[in-house]
Ligand binder design. Structure first.
Ligand code: F0G
Length: 362
């Protein structure tokens, strides 16, 4: 494990969530066993890739997450949609939650907490229920899609509303975790969660090999890093010979990372009052910005921002041309792809995967 802020290094320690020296964000470096081969894996979903998932788990809390459809485009046989809406609570968050909650249970935690724009909340609530843990969710008041709020209530979570955006809730969770100590945080600064999310890369590779481009909607910026991490592990083990270019897509009103990449700045200018129709990615100060920028730069990818109109148009087009219903934040990847085509950043012959992170029913 290594801190991306101060460089602190340690052997794998499942108790560690943030850097014990400076409180910074940790990376878990995984070396696949030399015997790793897709043909030897058993089962389906996230835990199929358990030889690649760091940590020791006394108990695995699973609701059969992962193993989502990779749908080929009707119009272009080189283009695929990874439909994460098919997960048990309707978003990719379930992949990370099975690992983080299993880790919390293995470490003896009884109380978990998460800030959320909605999907993390629904997922965390479901996995906590399954594990018998008490969960507190910190949500931006009046800014969470009603379906996601309904899910969280249904699964029995206790909901704390905060005035302002997700970023305010995120700060509260950090303080709860660091000052109170007995609560396990489920946000994506927790590197164990990203161990689950990286299986998106393993599934894509197992099904179609390495794509040229992967388009990912970016909010708090954990997922793009997790997917890139998965590809780099496979490359370092010699299973594949290269990593796809990672393209991060943000909504214009919440696009600090995309603007930093496009303006060649090393540090993003955070957005005080983020605003977008894609409420799931309405985030002005992404905690994982450093990890995301590393994934984008090291993969020789790029970032794009799209307007609310482009997002809504992309949602309709995807539904009406391909028959795939995805929520606004998740079609940012498709809107970004369309823009990238227009600007000549990709061409139609490039093997491209768009991550559709959440279901339209959300
Ligand atoms: N797409 C959807 C549907 C999301 O819910 C999120 C994040 C993202 C994309 C962005 O992923 O944060 O890893 O860059 N939703 C979080 C939540 C913040 O609270 O549900 P990211």
């Amino acid at each position: 494990m290594r801190c991306i802020e101060c460089g602190f290094q340690s052997e794998l320690d499942q108790k560690m969530i943030t850097c014990p020296r400076c409180g910074g964000i940790l990376e878990i470096s995984v070396k696949l066993p030399p015997t790793f081969s897709f043909s030897k894996l058993r089962g389906r979903g996230v835990w199929r890739y358990s030889p690649a998932i760091a940590g020791n788990y006394k108990k695995i809390v699973s609701i059969s997450e992962g193993g989502t459809p990779l749908i080929r485009s009707r119009e272009n046989s080189e283009v695929y949609y990874k439909f994460e809406g098919a997960n048990p609570t309707g978003s990719f968050k379930d992949r990370g939650m099975t690992v983080a909650i299993s880790s919390a249970v293995s470490e003896g935690y009884k109380i978990v907490v998460a800030a959320s724009t909605g999907n993390t909340a629904a997922s965390a609530a479901a996995y906590s229920a399954r594990a018998g843990l008490k969960i507190y969710l910190v949500l931006p008041k009046d800014k969470v899609a009603i379906g996601k709020l309904a899910q969280s209530i249904l699964y029995g979570a206790t909901i704390l509303e905060v005035e302002g955006s997700f970023d305010v809730g995120m700060k509260a969770v950090m303080r709860l975790y660091k000052d109170v100590g007995i609560v396990y945080p489920l946000n994506s600064f927790n590197p164990w969660r990203l161990e689950g999310q990286k299986t998106i890369a393993y599934e894509i590779t197992e099904e179609i090999g390495v794509p040229d481009y992967v388009f990912v909607p970016v909010g708090n910026a954990g997922n793009i890093y997790a997917i890139w991490k998965g590809f780099t592990e496979l490359r370092d083990a010699g299973v594949i010979d290269r990593v796809p270019r990672m393209v991060g897509v943000q909504a214009e009103g919440a696009s600090p990372i995309a603007k930093a990449i496009l303006n060649n700045q090393d540090t993003p200018q955070f957005v005080e009052n983020p605003e977008t129709v894609a409420t799931a990615i309405r985030i002005g100060k992404p905690v994982n910005w450093k990890k995301a920028m590393k994934a984008i730069k090291e993969s020789q990818g790029t970032a794009i921002y799209v307007s609310d109109n482009e997002i809504m148009e992309a949602q309709r087009e995807l539904a009406r041309k391909e028959g795939i219903g995805a929520e606004p934040a998740s079609v940012a990847s498709f809107a970004g792809y369309k823009k990238a085509l227009e600007h000549g950043l990709v061409d139609r012959t490039s093997k491209t995967v768009m991550i559709l992170t959440g279901h339209a029913l959300k």
